[in-house]
Write a protein that binds this ligand. Structure first.
Ligand SMILES: Cc1cc2nc3c(=O)[nH]c(=O)nc-3n(C[C@H](O)[C@H](O)[C@H](O)COP(=O)(O)O)c2cc1C
Length: 207
C-alpha cells in the first residue's frame, strides 16, 4: 500500500517552498504519494507589498476537509517571533470540525522550518505547534539524529532533531544550502517510511 503524504506549507519569501521540493523528492524516493499544498494568506496585498513579498507560488490552497484523505503530513513553517506564523495558525484553527470527530487521530505529522537567524527559534516553532497535534491525537514524528549533516559545525546548517530546516538570513538572501536540502530529502524519506508502516497497520485493522 502506497502512503499519501500531504506537504502543507506557508512561505512568504520562498525558502520553505525550496525545502519542500527536497522533502517531496525524499517522499517520492520511497514510492509514497506526495501532494503539495499551501495554507491561505491572511495578509492584505498592501501589507505583503510593504514586506516586499514576491507573488505566491502556484500551489493549491488546502481546505480542512481535504486533510482526512492523507495518511500523514509534513508541515513547512517559517518562524515568526519564535513560533508559527498567523497564516498557519489560522489554518489550524479551521480544523475544529475534524477535531470534533477526531478525524486526524493516529495520523503521523512532522515539521520543517525556516528562520532568519541561526538561533531564531527553529525548535521553539515546532514545540509551540505540538499542542495542535496533541489535541487532534496525531503522532509527532521527529527527525532525531540519524544524518551526518545534523552534526556539521563547519558551516551553518538548519534543521535539528525536530525536523529539517534552513536559515534564510534576516534579509532573506541565503537560500537553502546543499547540506540543508540533503537533510530535507532524507527527512522526506524517513517520514515516508514511518507513515507507510502506520498506514499499513490502519489498513489491516479495517479488514
Ligand atoms: C514578522 C516576522 C517575524 C519573524 N520572526 C523571526 C524570528 O523570531 N526568528 C527568526 O530567526 N526569523 C524570524 N523572521 C524571519 C523569517 O523566519 C524568515 O523570513 C523566513 O524563515 C523565510 O522563510 P520563507 O522565505 O519561506 O518565508 C521573522 C519574519 C517576519 C516577517
Amino acid at each position: 500500500m502506497v502512503a499519501k503524504i500531504f506537504v502543507i506549507t506557508y512561505s512568504t519569501y520562498g525558502h520553505i517552498n525550496k525545502v519542500a521540493e527536497s522533502i517531496v523528492k525524499g517522499l517520492e524516493k520511497t514510492g509514497a504519494e506526495a501532494h503539495r499544498f499551501q495554507v491561505a494568506e491572511t495578509l492584505s496585498d498592501e501589507v505583503l507589498a510593504k514586506m516586499h513579498a514576491p507573488p505566491k507560488a502556484d500551489i493549491p490552497v488546502i481546505t480542512p476537509d481535504q486533510l482526512p484523505e492523507a495518511d500523514g503530513y509534513l508541515f513547512g513553517i517559517p518562524t515568526r517571533y519564535g513560533t508559527a506564523p498567523a497564516q498557519f495558525k489560522a489554518f489550524l484553527d479551521s480544523t475544529g470540525g475534524l477535531w470534533s470527530k477526531q478525524a486526524l487521530a493516529g495520523k503521523p505529522a512532522g515539521f520543517f522550518f525556516s528562520t532568519g537567524s541561526q538561533h531564531g527559534g527553529q525548535e521553539s516553532t515546532v514545540l509551540t505547534t505540538l499542542p495542535f497535534l496533541a489535541h487532534h491525537g496525531m503522532l509527532y514524528v521527529p527527525l532525531g539524529y540519524p544524518h551526518p549533516n545534523l552534526f556539521t559545525n563547519e558551516e551553518v546548517v538548519g534543521g535539528s532533531a525536530w525536523g529539517s530546516g534552513t536559515v534564510a538570513n534576516s534579509d532573506g538572501t541565503r537560500m537553502p544550502s546543499q547540506k540543508e536540502l540533503e537533510l530535507a530529502e532524507f527527512h522526506g524519506e524517513k517520514f515516508a517510511a514511518i507513515a507507510t508502516k502506520l498506514s499499513q497497520i490502519v489498513a489491516n485493522d479495517k479488514v
